[in-house]
Design a protein around this ligand. Structure first.
Ligand code: ATP
Length: 154
């Protein structure tokens, strides 16, 4: 069904702001307004939440997280970037697998079962989109989701 994706993104931003403050993370929002999107609002919320949860988990105090929503001709782009620990090249291909975690010994600190990104990928597939990751160890990570979109004609 159709829903206001811009409003959802703002709502999620407001929900995560106190969590970032608690960890002294700078949290920025850069979102285009009035994007009416056809999809499952609950699942899109789950997707953004997974990416933000990870960004907070893997970014140390004083870091920065940016949530973006952009529109292109035939797609919308959602991205979450952080200045956290990053992901080494040899792990990048596996992070979307179920139960995969880069550093298993840290699971106790971080909680986490390694399911988040597998679910995120599944949600992206349900919406016929793509998800990409750009990362540099000890510099940060950016997840970019691209979803097919047609601007409303009226
Ligand atoms: P959960 O099931 O609670 O989400 P998780 O965060 O360990 O647990 P995933 O979300 O699937 O599981 O992430 C898999 C792994 O990818 C993580 O354990 C972590 O090693 C790596 N990862 C994911 N996001 C980031 C990020 N923003 N920065 C650095 N590493 C990340």
């Amino acid at each position: 069904e159709y829903f206001d994706l811009s409003r959802l993104v703002h709502k999620i931003y407001d929900e995560f702001t106190p969590l970032c403050q608690k960890k002294s993370l700078e949290f920025l929002l850069d979102a285009k307004d009035n994007i009416v999107f056809y999809g499952n609002e609950f699942r899109i919320k789950q997707l953004i939440t997974i990416l933000l949860d990870n960004a907070i988990k893997f970014t140390g105090e004083g870091g920065k997280i940016i949530l973006k929503l952009k529109v292109h001709a035939n797609s919308i782009q959602l991205s979450v970037s952080d200045t956290g620990e990053g992901i080494a090249k040899e792990h990048i291909d596996k992070i979307f697998d179920r139960f995969y975690r880069v550093d298993k010994s840290r699971s106790r600190n971080h909680g986490g079962s390694g399911l988040g990104l597998a679910i995120a990928k599944c949600i992206v597939n349900e919406h016929k989109g793509t998800i990409d990751v750009f990362s540099e160890v000890s510099r940060g990570t950016e997840f970019t989701v691209s979803l097919p979109y047609k601007a409303s004609q009226c």
